[in-house]
Design a protein. Structure first.
Lengths: 275, 278
């Protein structure tokens, strides 16, 4: 049985022992995010937000893409902190089960990341606000940071999409899977590879995507097209979405299991060929 | 008690076979010296016992539990001081506060006493210490954890001359009947007075596995003047004015064990030590 006390102890140990690594990672991620945020928001005027008009779709998609990209690389980087032999000895010898150690890493990942994200929003907005002050019309003093939260609830309806019949479809479920799939995929990569984990994991991912693309191009697309046209379009779309989600869920579980297996069997030397 | 049962281990990347069908029993309550030539597999064996490496065949048990399962209850009774280690750049107090909760038998007073023996104070910043000082702090922490099995790989490397005797002092102070300390070293003179059990390994075989009393009963370590060597000498090392010899202790003489001579004799004539393999 996993002990919460031990998980907390391992998390504390991890953060204190690897604080330099975490510090560098958070600074570099925050800088990259803030710079991206400033570039994307450069032309936006806060009066737009203040008058409750829709935030630019392009900006939202840009911010979401950046967030997803960061969330995906985060687990891989966290795994890399115990790759040095001496660090590995200290970590593996800690009196906690490997499951507890894995849970502690996940806790770090899912606590540290949102905190960092909030800091990024705040910093990005602060910079934008300070730069934009001389040109801001009267009354438009709200920071986008706060507006982001005031708009957050209105985001959820967009995740629950309606089809042409006016029925609700659970886009939110898609969204979770979309976020989880690359995360578990890269987490598996982080557990599997000891050097250049992100590059290697993405390399495999790209090869898989190309192969899938070739398959769809040659065989799959025609079959899929025929199948889609034999049934009602809306139903077909729903079936495809659910099928895609089921596959994504299956892949998530598979990646998580492979990652877990490699994590718990970790040794101080790389005792596997080709990895 | 540590029981190593017919283990096979190979480094897959370098294809180096370190152990084949290797078995060994290490009794508890001893300061045990693990000796062997370079590449004999001493460090690998320590890592296997600590479950930092996984055997391809066979099993290693400590107190009847398979070490590879890495159960927290077992890990809190094992501590390893590797030859090279990493300490975070934080204060010693912070290090203790972070690591001590994992060890239920951790004794802070003992830690402070050991630090005092090494002429160190508890108000230290680990980031500002030399390698030797870090090693002393790490050894102090390891001893204060109160674990049943303490493994040390080349513990005297990097310690200055006074620290080597201080090291022997702190280890002796922390020794109990329930605790086993396994020391792998090439610096036999540094730990000669400390060890009460000797294991010598070579080519995946145990050449010697006996306590100091058994070795002293079986062999005598003498200095012979002049050029004539005793006929029954197992090993002799010429020195100025004579030679140091190892010979069977047929006359029940009490002599001081010379670990360097013992090791050389064992490597040169392993068949003479067959009775001390256990």
């Amino acid at each position: 049985m996993a002990s919460i006390k031990r998980i907390a102890n391992v998390t504390r140990w991890d953060l204190i022992t690897n604080w330099k690594g975490y510090r560098s990672m958070i600074i570099s991620y925050t800088l990259a995010y803030v710079i991206g945020l400033c570039i994307m928001n450069w032309n936006s005027r806060y009066t737009v937000l203040h008058t409750q008009e829709a935030f630019s779709v392009l900006q939202w998609s840009g911010i979401m893409s950046m967030t997803i990209a960061m969330l995906m690389t985060f687990p891989c980087l966290i795994s890399s902190f115990i790759n040095a032999k001496q660090k590995k000895i200290s970590y593996l010898m800690l009196p906690a089960s490997m499951t507890e150690k894995l849970l502690s890493r996940m806790v770090i990942c899912f606590i540290l990341f949102p905190i960092m994200l909030l800091a990024c929003f705040f910093l990005g907005d602060l910079i934008h606000y300070l730069v934009m002050v001389p040109w801001m019309p009267e009354g438009s003093t709200n920071l986008a940071f706060f507006d982001f939260f005031s708009h957050w609830h209105s985001l959820f309806p967009s995740l629950v999409a309606t089809n042409s019949n006016g029925e609700t479809t659970y886009m939110y479920f898609d969204f979770i899977n979309v976020l989880l799939l690359p995360t578990t995929y890269l987490f598996m990569g982080g557990c599997l590879f000891t050097k250049r984990a992100i590059i290697k994991t993405w390399g495999i991912g790209i090869v898989a995507l190309v192969m899938f693309g070739l398959f769809m191009d040659n065989v799959g697309a025609e079959l899929l097209w025929n199948w889609m046209h034999n049934i009602e379009p809306n139903k077909a779309a729903t079936v495809i979405r659910w099928a895609a989600n089921t596959i994504a869920l299956g892949l998530n579980i598979t990646f998580a299991c492979v990652g877990y297996k490699h994590f718990v069997n970790r040794e101080i030397v790389k005792n596997r060929r080709f990895l | 008690m540590i029981e190593i049962n017919k283990i096979t281990y190979q480094y897959k990347k370098s294809h180096k076979m370190v152990f084949t069908d290797f078995s060994l029993t290490i009794p508890k309550g001893n300061v045990c010296g693990l000796l062997g030539k370079n590449g004999a597999g001493k460090s690998t064996l320590l890592y296997l016992i600590s479950a930092l490496l996984r055997t391809q065949k066979g099993s290693i048990t400590f107190n009847g539990q398979n070490v590879w399962k890495r159960k927290p209850e077992l890990l809190q009774e094992i501590f390893i001081v590797p030859e090279e280690f990493d300490l975070p750049a934080i204060s010693l107090q912070q290090y203790i506060n972070t690591n001590a909760p994992f060890y239920p038998n951790f004794n802070k007073e003992l830690m402070n006493e050991c630090l005092k023996d090494f002429e160190l104070t508890p108000e230290l910043n680990l980031g500002q210490l030399s390698m030797g000082q870090k090693k002393k702090v790490y050894i102090c922490f390891a001893l204060a954890t109160g674990v049943q099995l303490l493994i040390m790989d080349e513990p005297s490397n990097g310690l200055d001359i006074p620290s080597k005797s201080q090291f022997r002092k702190v280890v002796s102070r922390c020794m109990t009947d329930e605790r086993t300390i396994l020391i792998s070293t090439h610096q036999v003179k540094d730990v000669e007075m400390l060890l009460d059990h000797i294991i010598i390994i070579e080519n995946s075989q145990v050449l010697l596995n006996a306590n100091i009393g058994e070795i002293a009963n079986a062999f005598s370590f003498e200095f012979v003047q002049g050029g004539e060597m005793p006929e029954d000498a197992i090993f002799c090392l010429p020195t100025i004015g004579g030679a140091a010899v190892v010979r069977p202790n047929t006359e029940n003489r009490e002599t001081q064990i010379d670990l360097e001579m013992l090791f050389n004799a064992c490597i040169a004539n392993p068949q003479k030590f067959n009775n001390l393999k256990k």
